[in-house]
Ligand binder design. Structure first.
Ligand SMILES: [Zn+2]
Length: 293
């Protein structure tokens, strides 16, 4: 017993030493993914979230609006309630710790001080090591302003006199952007590419939980509602086809740097870009935080 305790103590010391030199290694990370709507995080980060949970980390999704405008026949509180239930089911399927939805109207989000404070508080309360959000150039104003709001919180989360009733973070988190395809003012840069083939079915299952979106609203707005199969199994196959997207040349290159020859067999991946605000890890340090194999 005495010998065991000595060894255990030594291991703890060793872990503490490693943790102090390389951020995040040997410790449970706390990650908060922020999106404008109650399916955005699932689309951009669902696979990586599932992989991080499997690796023992704590993941929270936060939707800045309640999604009460995203449907062709429903609206307002009944829609917000339905989407809340879908989001909770998605969280259950991904295994994440929490899916919080802020009660701001969908389609009307503005980068106000009030919402900035909500986001600062959420990042602090989660004690986040890593924060994800959209880039602030996007076709949808809610996505765009969520990007602005997260960036505006990036420094303020460590300032004690701002949102002073919630303790500030002692260490600035790393801020990352989700992948998008917008080219102006600058194209997305994949700094870290996370292979998600092992959790692809789980990600699809999370998207499948948002019935009002993936089988109703999004096909309706794309004038393709007739193409959605009625049968559950066929619908799932249709979903997989709709949301699979091949890796771009830049992402493929980054993946080769991370994995070498093993990158060639990767089909599905999610990519992230390091934000210039917040803590600035080296590329190697950043990649070491994610389950890449
Ligand atoms: Zn959205």
């Amino acid at each position: 017993m005495g010998q065991f305790m000595k060894c255990a103590t030594r291991s703890v010391l060793l872990l503490a030493l490693i943790g102090s030199t390389v951020f995040g290694q040997g410790k449970q990370l706390r990650i908060i993914a922020i999106g404008a709507h109650p399916d955005d995080c699932d689309i951009r980060f669902g696979g990586t979230a599932a992989a991080l949970v499997k690796a023992g980390h704590r993941v929270k999704f936060l939707s800045v609006t309640n999604g009460d405008a995203g449907h062709q026949t429903l609206a307002g509180a009944p829609l917000a309630l339905r989407r809340m239930e879908e989001a909770q089911e998605s969280a259950r399927r991904l295994g994440i710790a929490e899916y919080e939805i802020l009660d701001n109207h969908d389609g009307e989000l503005m980068p106000t001080l009030e919402v900035r404070r909500q986001i600062i508080r959420a990042i602090r309360e989660w004690k986040a090591d890593i924060v994800l959000g959209p880039r602030p150039n996007d076709y949808h104003p809610d996505h765009r302003y969520t990007g602005v709001l997260v960036q505006d919180a990036a420094y303020m989360v460590v300032v004690p006199n701002v949102v002073s009733n919630t303790p500030p973070l002692e260490r600035n988190p790393i801020f990352l952007y989700y992948e998008d395809s917008f080219q102006k003012p600058a194209p997305f840069r994949p700094d870290v590419v996370v292979p998600i083939d092992a959790v692809w079915d789980q990600k699809l299952s999370a998207l499948d939980a948002h019935v009002s979106q993936f089988y109703e609203w999004l096909p309706w707005v794309a004038h393709s509602l007739d193409s959605v199969p009625k049968d559950g199994k066929a619908r799932r196959a249709w979903l997989a086809q709709q949301w699979a997207h091949p890796l771009g040349a830049d992402a493929r290159k980054a993946l080769q740097e991370e994995l070498g020859d093993a990158a060639a067999s990767v089909v599905h991946a999610e990519s992230f870009e390091l934000c210039e605000y917040g803590r600035q890890p080296t590329l190697a340090e950043l990649r070491a935080l994610f389950p890449l194999r």
